[in-house]
Design a protein around this ligand. Sequence first.
Ligand SMILES: C[S@@+](CC[C@H](N)C(=O)[O-])C[C@H]1O[C@@H](n2cnc3c(N)ncnc32)[C@H](O)[C@@H]1O
Length: 291
Amino acid sequence: MAKFPQRGPGGQPPSRRRRADAERPIPSPQSTTAWEAQAQWYDQRQGEAGDDFHSQLVLPAVLRQLAVQPGQTVLDCCCGNGVLGRHLASHEIRSIGIDAAPSLIEAARERAGALEEHRLGDAHRMLADQLVAPASCDAAALVLALQDLDPLDKVLRGCAHVVRPGGRLVIVLTHPCFHLPKAHHWGWDEEAGMMYRRLDGYALPRRIPIKTFPGRSSSASSSSYHRPLAMYLNALGAAGWGVIGSEELCSHRRGSRGRKSAAEDAAHREFPVFLLLTAQRLEPALPARQG
Ligand SMILES: C[S@@+](CC[C@H](N)C(=O)[O-])C[C@H]1O[C@@H](n2cnc3c(N)ncnc32)[C@H](O)[C@@H]1O
């Protein structure tokens, strides 16, 4: 399992004690309760069709890469309020959404049509809890969730277990090469008249505590995990997935219309926000570990 050193504010190395804390694996219930605390906020943000990033950028790309047909079934692992399931249903595609936050499952069920089913469960325990029948799905999606999960192993193996051989897994992440929470910054080069992206790290995996409501002193917090790209690719291979494609999604948003507007647009076109990986379930799947 990866070790996740924690970075302090401004990218400073943490004290020895904080580093020891950060390297302790996080039991999965912590991530599940953290999301429950922000369920209402997330449901409002995504609403029926998703925010502008979901509706304009992410969901169309996921649908394209899933390559599923009407009547087929997609596992939506970490489904949130079910926004992908609704998008799939509008194309006559069935889905089974799994999420650990009870309020988000409830919100998803309230909006669901006949083609959408939602189950409360932990993505790390899809196998152990038999949340979905083996090889019963034509494809799976993990949208903007894998960077919140640790370890990767059981989640990716769980997806391989429920997808039929040859079926796809589509993963969308905040781009690990350009987006490191608390360690990426936009800068302005006055001389060149250019926006630049500064990264204060990349190669070392790390766990980053995220406050749910940053302004509040008593806010709940969750964890996000930065991993270099190779860790994701290797974890997919080890779990029985072969990567067959990728898209790097650049923001559709445009500049502020101020003096730097053209430079902002150029930066939005140059630096992708999301990384999409498309993998195919290898046959035979690697033996799945229980747990
Ligand atoms: C950023 S949201 C993304 C939700 C959805 N995929 C979307 O695109 O809107 C991350 C989701 O992962 C879920 N999650 C976090 N840890 C989980 C776990 N261990 N098992 C299942 N779901 C989990 C959270 O409850 C939350 O709904």
